[in-house]
Design a protein. Structure first.
Length: 320
């Protein structure tokens, strides 16, 4: 590793051999982890939500499926607010919207904004590109129904962590062509290459023994989420030939993360194509650190960085 991970993250060490699991075992392990991670007791690690935000659940009916949305709103909103559509991580085989309550509630209260986290469908039952379609279709529906949601359709951002960052990046690429227009994207330690070269970056080998993202889980996520008929380049933002005309972008990376180089290289490509892209790297942070603020101190300055970026691009008249 490039450095020692914060001591507390050792309790998060994932001992599962995900590659050796059957599909049923993966689903069972995911369900158990999501129950544990969504519990009140887990908030010692995942962080207490901001008390100035309300957290509720809603649903959205899309062709052939109904998705659950976790909605964060400031308690004292009296006008249409910017919309931030958020996507959790988990390698497409795990994760749940509740793991981002700490970050999303804080952004809702302090940006302020309406932050909607999408419970997109997961592999192995729902491989790619279904999770990306869930995200894009939800974004379009929210913007189309902006009045009902109390959001400003002219102030919209996407945000995600890990493969959720990959979903957000892919949505931004599609929105560039088909709309709706986006004011910003925030990609937190994103996976940007889901092809056979996914593990061929220096940060993968340098951080192979990190406690929060075992390579067996990364490889299992790719195996179960990429069907044989799908060209993995189509779901790998880094592999797109043209990244021009994307919205202002903030990429947050963790130096102790196997995926650190995925984010670094994506910023390089964005800048090469003329996109306003900012990279912030936290030297003592691990993968998923914004979901574990109770263990990784870097989560707080990273949250402030994200907040300032979103305020700038979603509230341009109130820059501060």
């Amino acid at each position: 590793m490039r450095g020692r991970a914060p001591l507390g993250t050792r309790i998060l060490k994932d001992a599962h051999d995900w590659e050796a699991m059957t599909q049923d075992q993966v689903i069972a392990a995911r369900d158990a982890a999501n129950r544990k991670g969504s519990s009140r007791a887990a908030r010692i690690i995942t962080g207490l939500p901001d008390r100035r935000a309300r957290i509720g659940e809603s649903t959205v009916d899309l062709p052939g499926r109904r998705l659950v949305l976790r909605v964060h709103r400031p308690k004292n909103a009296d006008r249409a607010l910017p919309l931030i559509v958020s996507f959790h991580g988990g390698g497409f085989i795990a994760g749940t919207a509740a793991q981002n309550d700490w970050l999303n509630s804080h952004l809702a209260a302090r940006c302020p904004a309406v932050v909607v986290s999408v419970e997109y469908r997961l592999a192995p039952q729902h491989p790619l590109p279904q999770p990306v379609e869930d995200g894009y279709d939800t974004l379009v529906r929210l913007v189309d129904d902006a009045v009902d949601w109390g959001v400003d359709p002219a102030a919209v951002a996407v945000m995600g962590e890990s493969v959720g960052g990959m979903i957000a990046a892919l949505i931004a690429l599609r929105a560039r062509e088909d709309g709706p227009p986006l004011g910003a994207q925030v990609l937190n330690y994103p996976s940007t290459d889901w092809t056979e070269t996914m593990a061929g970056y220096p940060s993968i080998s340098e951080n192979a023994d990190n406690p929060t993202l075992p390579l067996s889980r990364l490889r299992a996520g790719r195996k179960l989420s990429v069907p044989p008929a799908l060209d993995p380049r189509s779901v790998s933002p880094l592999m797109y030939e043209n990244l021009a005309d994307l919205p202002p972008t903030l990429v947050v990376t963790a130096a102790l993360d196997p995926l650190a180089d995925h984010g670094h290289r994506y910023v390089e490509r964005l800048r090469e194509d003329g996109v306003d892209a900012r990279l912030v790297r936290y030297p003592k942070a691990t993968h998923s650190f914004l979901s574990t603020p109770g263990l990784v101190p870097a989560a707080r300055p990273a949250r402030q960085e994200i907040l300032a970026f979103l305020r700038t691009h979603l509230h341009p008249a109130r820059r501060r």
